[in-house]
Design a protein around this ligand. Structure first.
Ligand code: PLP
Length: 360
């Protein structure tokens, strides 16, 4: 007898972010801050007093309360998951019937399409315009004409760093009958959130994560905010013990540090701004036709036909960024001031040595 893998998984490869040891990691949009020692000390206490033999709280009540307090939300409207990735999978699988139509925008976070593919949804791609912006009226018509069951997109967008205004987001949600999944993973860095009003719509789920501005990617925490009807369904379809006890307790601790989180978020915003300004200056100085997108998130997206080459050059010099082949672009996460300076040195060095072919 021989067992044949089902066709859709036969050729799949495990998700592998860049492997290898790089001095500077600017490839995954993580926070460049680790947790400070005071918080690590609190985490040590959490570990020491944990009842490791007990299942976690399926409702993650205390974690959700701390998250809700930080963002000024009602805990009743929140579902916690093992990273937002778990919720993305649930949305594509459990929350949709067989052969549902899912609209994704292009380019956008690749996991949306991937989970829809696994769940055998019909994926319909809405192309962004040449500036990689969403024309909201066109998107509304697209969703309605295709009779989509779900629309999912990130705002601000990963990888472009561009976004739509809160007013456009509201108009979009009101103008379609599809379920709108609005991924605000990076909205901490911008001011066009509709998170606080998420529960006032009957067709909206806003997603948040602790992996970016909060700087806790390691403990895998995601949150879905929606009205009570949707929230009840989300809580019902998730696996009961999806968020482990350590992550719940550590997350509760971290979300209670409002001042720390706010000030770090502001530093990340400032560093992103500086990084953007300097990349733009360098490319304009040398009159290169690079397209540097103004960032609304914690990374800078740079379109250039040299993207693949620059990516390799930076890697050789110990700096990892993300390369998007389809868009011919680089996504450079902001690092600390020192990390950004080093990135900029090698970025400029590449231009001088490889494009202008000058040796200093
Ligand atoms: C990083 C990211 C997430 C977060 O995923 P987690 O599973 O919570 O780490 C979600 N959406 C987008 C668009 C992201 O870039």
């Amino acid at each position: 007898m021989s067992y044949t893998l089902c066709e859709k998984v036969r050729e799949l490869e495990p998700y592998e972010p860049i492997t290898g040891n790089y001095r500077i990691r600017l490839d995954a949009n993580e926070s460049f801050y680790n947790m400070p020692d005071e918080i690590k000390a609190e985490i040590k206490d959490i570990v020491e007093t944990m009842d490791f033999n007990r299942y976690p709280d399926p409702g993650a009540k205390e974690l959700i309360e701390a998250f809700a307090a930080y963002y000024d939300l009602d805990p009743e409207n929140i579902t916690a998951t093992n990273g937002s990735d778990e919720m993305l999978y649930l949305l594509a699988s459990a929350m949709l019937c067989k052969n549902s139509k899912v609209v994704v925008t292009d380019p956008d976070f690749s996991m949306y399409g991937f989970y829809s593919f696994l769940s055998e949804n019909e994926i319909i791609r809405f192309r962004k315009n040449d500036d990689l912006e969403i024309n909201v009226d066109d998107l509304i018509s697209f969703v309605n004409e295709n009779k989509a069951d779900m629309l999912i997109f990130s705002n601000p967008c990963n990888p472009t760093g561009r976004g739509i205004s809160a007013d456009d987001a509201r108009r979009l949600v009101r103008s379609v009958s599809a379920l709108v999944v609005l991924d605000e993973a990076y909205m901490d860095f911008w001011d066009q959130s509709i998170l606080k009003e998420a529960a006032s719509y009957d067709n909206l789920i806003v997603l948040k994560t602790a992996s970016k501005a909060v700087g806790a990617a390691s403990i895998r925490l995601g949150f879905a905010i929606a009205d009570s009807r949707i929230t009840k369904a989300l809580r019902a379809v998730k696996s009961p013990y999806n968020v482990n006890s350590l992550s719940q307790s550590i997350g509760k601790c971290i979300f209670s540090k409002k001042e720390l989180l706010d000030s770090r978020r502001d530093e990340i915003k400032k560093n992103t701004r500086d990084l953007y300004t300097k990349i733009k200056e360098i490319t304009e100085n040398y009159r290169l036709p690079f397209k540097v997108y103004e960032p609304c998130a914690n990374f800078v997206f740079v379109g250039t036909e040299k993207a693949g080459d620059i990516f390799e050059y930076l890697l050789e010099n110990g700096i990892a960024v993300r390369y998007f082949k389809d868009s011919e672009a680089l996504r450079i996460t902001t690092g600390s001031t020192a990390q950004n300076s080093e990135l900029l040195v090698y970025f400029e060095k590449y231009i001088i040595e490889k494009i202008l072919k000058r040796n200093r």
